[in-house]
Design a protein around this ligand. Structure first.
Ligand code: SPQ
Length: 427
């Protein structure tokens, strides 16, 4: 994909496609519920299709129409032994959450993923699931997939997670549905809470106190109607672009603004960004709003601590914003970025530097002295969707042309990304 410097403002309205995290969970909990779950605005990204594929292989019928998917749930104990290895594709969420579910099943299964997922650390779930009496092993003994899981009766635990991770927390909570006593997870900071919200919505018993979440076992989950809000992680690319490109004004409709995900809005506002949150409402179990974003004078800030889990996937595009803004931005406590689909910390630092940014990597983040002119460059996405989209936005404010190699990986979370970018830039 080739991106040229944009010489006119971004204008117009956009319906942001469905939230990836919520779409995954709708398929998973819909499968474990009794009866039908109808999911509208389901994200048809490659990751969520991997989740559908895994549950179909366990006997769940999932219908797709043009406006929704219908999951014909079979109850907590209705999954069947898969007839082949479950392939989670590029999706860490599918891999880690499904491992929790498989640990409690009365059958044996194996799961794997693509080359990127095969490098992602799984000891973070193997350890707590083993404490729950799960029989889960890394087949090559390297703490990565493929995993072999012999499911069975689990034991409730109180796990103190060393990292704030919704995938670790959700894996344990989903396993907790099959335990003999309550299961709790305490995190250093609260991570995205879509699993907790959706479990309650389906009839599960989940309570939260500070950064501790507790789930009771053996709930009777009932199929529901779910309207998936627009993904704030996808909205982030256009928010950043509109803030940077002079005279831009865009309206992003129906975006999820769950406070455990909306750190990007706080950061952009603290940097001087003009973002109005309008038409706030609750859509089933999640809060949503429309976001009116206008070009702004931007300055650097410090981003650290408990806000990090609420914007972890947005840090690549925040780094682009910080390179453009005047003054210094310091990002700390973001070590987790090294173990995503790629090492997002190193790649952002090295490639933004190649484009002319004054940026230095640190052990757990980066320091950016913004305001230096950026130049177009050839960037390899490393097949990481967030790297591809972040550098596409950087290309809009860089001189000359930017080439994103292997840009088709945007299909993981935002198949229509380049079309939507074109719509906003041609209005
Ligand atoms: O599913 P995957 O591949 O892990 O996707 C990413 C992404 O950028 O889309 C991370 F690479 O999002 C994660 C996110 O970083 C999705 C997620 C979830 O749905 O629970 C939680 C976050 O990961 P973690 O490990 O911090 O919980």
């Amino acid at each position: 994909m080739k991106i040229s410097k944009l010489t006119k403002p971004l204008c117009g309205e956009l319906n942001i496609p469905g939230d990836k995290s919520i779409s995954h969970r709708a398929v998973m909990l819909g499968s474990l519920a009794e009866g039908d779950t109808e999911v509208s605005d389901f994200l048809e990204g490659a990751d969520c299709l991997s989740t559908i594929d895994c549950f179909r292989k366990m006997g769940i019928e999932i219908e797709k129409t043009c406006e929704k998917i219908i999951v014909h749930g079979k109850g907590l104990r209705g999954l069947k032994k898969p007839y082949e290895t479950l392939n989670c594709g590029n999706s860490g969420t599918t891999t880690r959450l499904i491992s929790g579910i498989l640990s409690g099943q009365a059958f044996q299964s194996t799961l794997t993923g693509d080359l990127s997922v095969q490098k992602r650390p799984m000891n973070r779930i193997i350890r707590p699931l083993t404490l729950m009496d799960a029989n889960i092993k890394s087949i090559h003994s390297n703490d990565c997939v493929p995993l072999a899981i012999i499911g069975g009766q689990l034991h409730g635990i109180h796990y103190h997670s060393p990292i704030a991770s919704a995938q670790v927390k959700s894996s344990i909570l989903l396993a907790g549905l099959y335990a003999d006593s309550p299961t709790s997870v305490t995190e250093p900071y609260i991570s995205r809470n879509h699993t907790e919200r959706m479990l309650s919505y389906f009839g599960g018993d989940v309570s939260t106190s500070g950064t501790t979440v507790t789930v009771l076992p053996d709930p009777c989950l009932k199929g529901q109607k779910i309207a998936v809000p627009g993904d704030i992680s996808s909205a982030a690319y256009f928010i950043v672009a509109a803030l940077m490109i002079p005279e831009s004004e865009i309206l992003l409709k129906n975006v999820g603004i769950n406070p455990t995900r909306s750190g990007i809005l706080d950061v952009c506002k603290a940097m001087g960004g003009n973002i109005e949150i309008i038409n706030q409402r609750t859509n089933g179990c999640e809060p949503t709003a429309d976001l009116l974003v206008k070009a702004s004078d931007l300055h650097g800030i410090v981003i650290e601590g408990k806000i990090i889990p609420t914007l972890i996937d947005e840090i690549p595009v925040i780094a682009v914003l910080a390179s453009y803004a005047l003054g210094t931005t310091v990002i700390k406590d973001a070590r987790e970025l090294k173990v995503k689909e790629s090492n997002r910390l190193d790649i952002m630092v090295n490639e933004l530097k190649a484009m002319g940014a004054d940026i230095t990597g640190t052990d757990d983040g980066m320091i950016i002295h913004g305001g230096k002119p950026l130049n177009g460059a050839v960037i390899d996405s490393r097949l990481d969707h967030r790297i591809a989209m972040a550098f596409s936005i950087a290309g809009l404010v860089s001189s000359g042309e930017t080439t994103i190699k292997r840009s088709e990986c945007v299909d993981i979370s935002y198949p229509g990304f380049y079309k939507d970018l074109e719509v906003l830039s041609q209005n």
